[in-house]
Ligand binder design. Structure first.
Ligand code: NAD
Ligand code: AKB
Length: 319
């Protein structure tokens, strides 16, 4: 049976890259991008795009029926920093969108759902190093609370209604194709742009705050591998820990300096420092490795090299 995939919130940091990869696998016409804003030319010109506000459940159901959608990836959300500045919208959007999509599967309209969680489900009472899959989770941000509630929702819908929902607790994601959307880990993307354009960067986190991060090609591969895994291998239905690479702003700045020797970094921590301080510095992803064969490819060194090479090319084309 031909799979038809709807991606909601496809114009964002993850969606942009996910649409491109899924279209390579499933065919351009079978991957429908959707968002409340347009995407880059590569996405807009290579396949279908629908204007969809995920709060509009009727429109969502019309689009699912129109294309005979079989799988949904829900990426629309407010991220940690933005949600802290608009807590009502953060709660409404993150929770309501999730219910709308889970109910599609509960009502038999789609077969499979991907919904991303985050390291933000953890809080300051969680063990910070090598954080286990099952541990204390007391998130202190509205974003983290929606992710934790969302994980419980996933498991509930799987147990009660047999909904095939799959999820990853992404670390901070770093990519060069699309800008990040208002998270606490965004510094690790901004720094590369500023290193190339200005040779300097003012970081909104302190120099020694270690956080789990991952290069986007690894994150996209993990997402697709999880979604394509046989159902019996997906033993965790709340959300899987995924480790990536852990580093501090200072370590990242030193790695960039190996390629841009005069690069200068200053630190001016703001409200995002408190959010970052409540998150783990490294993650144990043994369950993802054992259950569906997850394996990381990009180290800090390989990621830095690839980011700088691609961004330099991108800026050359714009100039
Ligand atoms: P993003 O902010 O870059 O993209 C979100 C997209 O959702 C945007 O294009 C936005 O226009 C769209 N959107 C907002 N409101 C909408 C609405 N009402 N209807 C439809 N679309 C709407 O976010 P992202 O980084 O691509 O993250 C996607 C998902 O992954 C989120 O659930 C996020 O919590 C999760 N996640 C991301 C990271 C990361 O580092 N990027 C880490 C952990 C988890
Ligand atoms: C954020 O910083 O909000 C995201 C995340 C780790 O969930 N990048």
């Amino acid at each position: 049976m031909q799979e038809v995939i709807l991606i909601i919130g496809s114009s964002g940091q993850i969606g942009t890259e996910l649409v491109i990869e899924l279209r390579k696998i499933y065919g351009n016409e079978n991957v429908i991008a959707s968002d409340i804003r347009q995407s880059c030319d590569e996405v807009m010109n290579s396949g279908p795009f629908e204007n969809l506000d995920i709060m509009d459940e009727k429109l969502l159901r019309n689009i699912v029926a129109k294309y005979k959608v079989t799988q949904v990836y829900l990426l629309a959300a407010l991220l940690s920093a933005t949600a802290e500045q608009n807590i009502e919208l953060g709660w409404e959007l993150n929770m309501r969108s999730h219910s709308h999509v889970l109910d599609l599967a509960k009502d038999g309209l789609v077969k499979k759902i991907f919904w991303p969680s985050s390291i933000a489900v953890f809080g300051s009472t969680t063990p910070m190093e090598n954080t286990p899959q099952y541990t204390v989770m007391e998130p202190s941000t509205v974003y983290g609370i929606t992710k934790q509630a969302g994980e419980r929702w996933n498991e509930y819908y799987f147990n009660k209604f047999g909904v095939d929902v799959r999820s990853i607790r992404y670390p901070g994601l770093i990519g060069w194709k699309a800008a990040p959307g208002g998270g606490t880990t965004d510094y690790a993307v901004d720094i590369f742009h500023k290193a190339i354009t200005d040779g300097k960067y003012e970081c909104f986190l302190a120099e020694n705050i270690g956080l789990p991060m991952m290069y986007m090609p690894d994150a996209i591969r993990a997402t697709i591998e999880l979604m394509e895994a046989p159902a019996e291998q997906v033993k965790i239905r709340s959300s899987y820990n995924l480790a990536g690479v852990s580093f501090t702003p200072k370590t990242l700045s030193e790695e960039i300096s190996k390629h841009i020797p005069n690069f200068k970094m200053r630190y001016q921590p703001d409200f995002r420092q408190e959010i970052a301080s409540s998150w783990p510095s490294s993650i144990d992803d043994t369950h993802a490795q054992n259950d569906w064969g997850w394996k990381l490819k990009y180290t800090l060194e390989k990621m830095t090299l690839d980011m700088l090479r691609n961004l330099k090319e991108k800026y050359k084309k714009i100039a």
